[in-house]
Write a protein that binds this ligand. Structure first.
Ligand code: DGL
Length: 270
């Protein structure tokens, strides 16, 4: 048993979709979230920069005495792997748990993967799925306009602009007939309704935040690290840019009103 918090980081606020799922799966755990809002996006940066940033993000969480770290960012998980094995607490990215879930869900053996350009360029999901089951075909598409759409609040399934962008990226998946799509970026669950509208409700959408939260619950249980508390856990939020506007966006990602405190830190110190 451990009273220490779970640490979650992302390049920005998208990782809050994983926090939302953690709050459901592990309601008695304390959570420390860091969003690198001063340096987002990571998805179009070089591998060495992403690794440097991810290590600093993890160092900050370690300074908050966390027992487990989640890189709730498709880009970091794809490009920075296990952060060179330098993290001294158990650690997970989003790729492995999500790939595993998609492999179990597909019936026709055709899985689509969407993510940032860095995630898709790394072939991380494709490699992971093929290692699990060689008979599955993986089709990939980067969707660089999705993150700016979400960050600017363009998320409605009734907005023709949003529908048009989603169709442009996903039409090839319709032609191929994938029956499962991995939302390989933590921003994308916010677009679930419109993706479902475009693809049809029969296509399963695999949410990397959700699968990673469920995986974290399993690992903490296995390692005897779950909290003993029977009171709801506390969440603390840190960002690297001014917290102005945080509540609005964070509320959208967490799907609840946000009145928690947010603290700005200087991530370059870690
Ligand atoms: N959080 C990133 C991801 O999940 C998307 C935003 C970015 O490009 O940094 O890939």
């Amino acid at each position: 048993m451990s009273k220490k918090p779970i640490g979650v980081f992302d390049s920005g606020l998208g990782g809050l979709t994983a926090v939302k799922e953690l709050l459901n799966a592990l309601p008695y755990e304390d959570i420390v979230y860091f969003g690198d809002t001063g340096r987002v996006p990571y998805g179009n940066r070089s591998k060495s920069t992403i690794i440097k940033y991810a290590q600093q993000d993890a160092n900050f969480l370690l300074s908050r005495n966390v027992k487990f770290i989640i890189a709730a960012c498709g880009t970091v998980s794809s490009v920075a792997g296990d952060l060179g094995g330098k993290i001294e607490v158990p650690f997970t990215g989003v790729v492995r748990p999500t790939a595993k879930a998609a492999t179990k869900l597909t019936k026709n053996g055709k899985i689509g993967v969407i993510g940032t350009s860095a995630t898709i360029g790394s072939n991380s999901y494709k490699r992971e799925i093929e290692a699990l089951d060689k008979s599955i075909s993986v089709y990939q598409q980067d969707c660089p306009l999705f993150v700016p759409l979400v960050e600017n609040g363009f998320i409605s399934e009734d907005d023709p602009i949003v529908v048009m962008v989603v169709e442009r990226y996903l039409n090839k998946f319709k032609e191929i007939g994938v029956d499962t799509i991995i939302l390989g970026c933590t921003h994308y669950p916010i677009l679930k309704k419109v993706i479902s509208k475009v693809m049809g409700s029969a296509v399963a959408l695999v949410d990397s935040g959700r699968e990673t939260a469920l995986y974290t619950a399993e690992i903490l249980k296995e390692k005897g690290l779950l909290s003993e508390s029977s009171k709801p856990g506390k969440s603390s939020f840190y960002v690297s840019d001014t917290p102005d506007g945080f509540s609005y966006l964070a509320g959208m990602f967490l799907d609840r009103d946000m009145d928690d405190d947010v603290t700005q830190i200087d991530i370059e110190q870690y």
